[in-house]
Design a protein around this ligand. Structure first.
Ligand SMILES: C[S@@+](CC[C@H](N)C(=O)[O-])C[C@H]1O[C@@H](n2cnc3c(N)ncnc32)[C@H](O)[C@@H]1O
Length: 303
């Protein structure tokens, strides 16, 4: 592997090899699969976030490693039970979204880095860049909503790659804090507003030209009610990017989607039209019957 021109990725790789040798092969795998494009994007993100500070890179590696280990253990259990742990939305919220230590210690760094390190998450990012962004264009004078901002990664992408103004909604104060931190580092926070708000049965008006909601549906007890709200938040002729995790147990995944058709059906029920989609498995099944985590992303519009 030749990382001489990518020193932040090099520092990250060294820390990962030291702390979680089992996971360190992922760097070479991503380079083999996605090449220089991936390296350039990851280098830039690490540079902006950590400015080559090895101590902070190490902290991020610790957070990512713990998050990935957690997901791996849950996936092993899921292969046997074929079900998510039986949890209420309130239990997941207090265990995860309202738990500062968990959010900053592993959840937020884990998700942020997974956008580069997990094959299916990076494929979703490519789908966003290649298929959704051209629909946004320059974004001059237009607004987007990001619902369930989490790390703020997709808000950052929308703001740095267009002139849109944005509003982010999340019920976790820590997600909003992380989002603001990320946007400040990318110098795009002036075009953005964060809102501590539970979107279920509580749509935001007026409707916006664009919306993104990435990996939120599986966190809800009833995603259909949430999608009905989202549908009210998009103007006719506007575009949305909505994604969901399938067969992917996490500490806060409640609603088990078993395939992408189940998500598509709920989108159509909510009054969306499907323009395009990308269905991306995390890896190839190791044996027959293995349940592999899949990410599905839909570009939707409304008449
Ligand atoms: C997996 S994260 C989303 C990932 C994020 N889009 C990203 O790319 O980093 C799920 C987020 O949804 C938020 N959330 C869950 N239910 C919500 C609701 N009803 N309204 C608003 N936010 C919600 C959680 O607090 C959490 O920050």
């Amino acid at each position: 592997m030749k990382l001489d021109d990518y020193s932040s990725v090099g520092f990250f790789y060294d820390a990962l090899r030291q702390r979680f040798p089992y996971f360190s092969g992922v760097i070479q795998k991503q380079i083999d699969t996605f090449g220089d494009h991936w390296l350039r994007l990851f280098e830039r993100e690490l540079e902006v976030l950590f400015a080559k500070d090895k101590k902070r890179i190490d902290q991020a590696v610790m957070g990512y490693g713990k998050f990935a280990l957690d997901s791996m253990k849950l996936q092993v259990k899921f292969q046997k039970t074929k079900a998510y742990d039986n949890k209420t939305y309130e239990e997941a919220a207090s265990e995860v979204y309202q738990n500062k230590e968990y959010m900053f210690g592993l959840y937020l760094p884990g998700i942020l880095l997974s956008h580069y390190l997990w094959r299916h998450h990076f494929l979703q990012h490519m789908f966003f860049l290649e298929k959704f962004l051209p629909l946004v264009g320059s974004g001059d004078g237009k607004v987007f909503y990001d619902i369930g901002v989490g790390t703020g990664f997709y808000s950052k992408e929308m703001l740095t790659r267009s002139n849109l103004t944005g509003k982010g909604f999340d019920l976790s104060p820590y997600s909003l804090e992380h989002t603001l931190m990320l946007l400040e580092k990318h110098h795009v926070d002036k075009r953005y507003e964060t809102n501590l708000r539970n979107i279920i049965e509580n749509p935001v008006m007026p409707a916006a030209e664009f919306l993104v909601s990435i990996e939120v549906l599986e966190h809800l007890e009833n995603p259909q009610i949430f999608l009905d709200s989202l549908s009210c938040m998009l103007i006719p002729g506007g575009y949305g990017l909505i994604s969901a995790a399938i067969n992917a147990p996490n500490a806060d995944h409640i609603y088990l989607y078993r395939n992408s058709d189940e998500v598509a059906e709920q989108l159509l029920n909510a009054g969306f039209e499907i323009v395009d989609s990308s269905v991306d498995p995390a890896y190839s099944p190791k044996k027959d019957g293995d349940l592999v985590p899949v990410n599905v992303a839909f570009i939707v519009t409304k008449r």
